[in-house]
Design a protein around this ligand. Structure first.
Ligand SMILES: NC(=O)C1=CN([C@@H]2O[C@H](COP(=O)(O)OP(=O)(O)OC[C@H]3O[C@@H](n4cnc5c(N)ncnc54)[C@H](OP(=O)(O)O)[C@@H]3O)[C@@H](O)[C@H]2O)C=CC1
Ligand SMILES: O=C(O)C1=N[C@H](C(=O)O)C[C@H](O)C1
Length: 212
């Protein structure tokens, strides 16, 4: 497929481009702080950038009339609503984490969440020093799955690709679920899966849970 990437010079943009090209897909369009790179019309747009770029992404998705995969974190509630509206015209896959491990993590949370009443519950997320948002989108997803207001601690350390730990404790024991992304490749693989899932759909709003 011919792909377009919003944020194509960024850490995730480069990882996604490398993986897709290794699998014989073509990078034909990009958008970044410096503007547009155009070689051909893309068949799909993938956005890993910043929330302030969202309106531009929306504009290009409408212009090319193609599916959108968006992994950008820190989106505002109105931007999620705008994505749902856009999904009436084209297919959209949105997730704050495209790794398989975090999907399994969320399934475990779903099993546990009704069994830890009265326990202390806290989330700790660790990311590289360059990350702009805090807390991480994934930590927000874990909190939402728990369906209760729990504290989130954010550490910004070196070059960590993405660690999430959910701690649960009563007076006698501590239980934890943890996930570590060893590199950005895990997220890029999820984006490729999502692209294959969405490329021939007409429209609809999907998450990475729907994809796997
Ligand atoms: N859902 C998931 O699984 C994952 C989500 N993420 C999220 O993806 C996003 C990107 O992360 P990462 O690649 O590390 O970040 P980077 O800072 O490396 O990349 C961001 C990209 O967006 C571009 N950009 C910034 N401002 C603008 C602007 N005003 N107009 C156009 N383009 C702009 C940057 O351009 P320039 O290079 O010129 O600065 C860069 O190409 C973040 O929101 C992060 O949280 C990250 C990993 C996994
Ligand atoms: O910015 C990152 O790097 C990451 N962001 C996502 C998040 O905010 O949850 C996912 C991943 O942990 C890497």
């Amino acid at each position: 497929m011919k792909i377009g990437i919003v944020g194509y010079k960024g850490r995730m943009g480069k990882e996604i481009r490398d993986l897709f090209e290794e699998k014989s897909h073509e990078f034909v369009w990009g958008y970044d702080k410096d503007g547009e790179y155009f070689q051909k019309n893309p068949q799909i747009i993938i956005d890993f950038s910043l929330p302030e770029v969202f309106e531009k992404t929306e504009e290009y998705v409408k212009k090319f009339n193609v599916p959108l995969i968006i992994g950008t974190t820190g989106l505002q509630e109105e931007q999620i609503e705008a994505l749902k509206a856009l999904a009436k015209e084209v297919p959209v896959v949105q997730s704050y984490n495209f790794s398989i491990g975090i999907q399994l993590f969320l399934k475990m949370v779903d099993i546990l969440k009704d069994k830890i009443d009265g326990w202390d519950v806290e989330i700790v997320e660790t990311h590289h020093r360059f990350k702009k948002d805090k807390p991480s989108g994934t930590a927000k997803m874990i909190k939402e799955s728990l369906n209760k207001d729990v504290p989130i601690s954010s550490l910004r350390l070196g070059n960590v690709a993405g660690d999430h730990v959910l701690y649960m404790a009563n007076l006698g024991e501590v239980l934890s679920i943890s996930h570590r992304a060893l590199s950005r490749r895990a997220f890029a693989e999820g984006v490729l899966k999502s692209a294959k899932f969405v490329i021939n759909k007409k429209n609809g709003y999907f998450t990475f849970t729907d994809v796997i």
